[in-house]
Design a protein. Structure first.
Length: 242
């Protein structure tokens, strides 16, 4: 089993849509995938037409001391989604499990899940400060960053861990600024950059409006092809490490 932690350099970097796309792409390549939303916004479920107002989620299960494994959804054969459970927590007027406790919880849960899935993908809160132990435990720690001036400034201020890889999202080769920033990032962060970029694609937003991954609505669009390339790269890394 391979676990991957995805988190955005800032909110709005496209982390959740990336997790949905990559999970769908890995499944299309014949892999068994569990996607876990550990972001209190609980938005990952929307990409798979799971009711946003639903109460199911692992955080709710922890708060109620009930089996968290029962809170997941079988999306298709060999593809599962485990939501956060934000609205369930609100319904019992309970606070989410403190991040330090849920960090320990997921490190232990990963050990128990070993062998049950080919991949476990985590959608983490933005900023990089949450779930440090889970990120260290994961086979890959991926920072998602869009190609814009704001993220450029944040990158300059951020101390990037040696094991963290940068996934460039919303890349638009028709924009001179995107190309200038990419050239700068290649020079400055070459050791961290993933070899695959996610291109800017309106199909991603259209797919979310339809509550489905972009590869199902627009399998031939740029973002779908990029997600498939990233999934293929992940498989190659897993094979090389075995």
């Amino acid at each position: 089993m391979k676990s991957v932690s995805f988190w955005g350099l800032r909110g709005g970097s496209g982390t959740t849509s990336t997790v949905a796309m990559v999970g769908e792409a890995l499944h299309a390549l014949g892999e068994s995938v569990l996607m876990v939303d550990v972001n209190p916004s609980d938005v990952l479920r929307l990409h798979f037409n799971v009711d946003y107002g639903g109460q199911n989620g692992w955080a709710l299960a922890l708060a109620q001391a009930t089996p968290w494994q029962d809170e997941g959804f079988v999306l298709e054969e060999n593809m599962w989604l485990l939501p956060y459970g934000r609205h369930g927590l609100n319904s019992i007027e309970a606070l989410a499990t403190p991040l330090d406790q849920s960090d320990e919880f997921w490190c232990e849960a990963l050990r128990r899940l070993d062998g049950q899935f080919s991949w476990v993908l985590f959608d983490l809160p933005a900023g990089g400060s949450a779930y440090p132990k889970l990120r260290a435990t994961s086979g890959l720690d991926i920072m998602v960053t869009s190609v814009d001036t704001g993220c450029h400034i944040l990158l300059l201020q951020h101390e990037i861990a040696a094991t963290t890889r940068i996934l460039i999202n919303a890349y638009d080769p028709s924009r001179a600024l995107c190309n200038d920033l990419l050239l700068e990032w290649r020079h400055r962060y070459q050791a961290h950059l993933l070899p695959v970029y996610i291109h800017r694609d309106e199909g991603v937003h259209e797919a979310l409006a339809q509550k489905t991954p972009v590869s199902r609505c627009y399998p031939d669009c740029a973002a779908s092809r990029d997600a498939l390339s990233l999934a293929t790269w992940l498989l190659a890394q897993k094979k090389a490490a075995s």
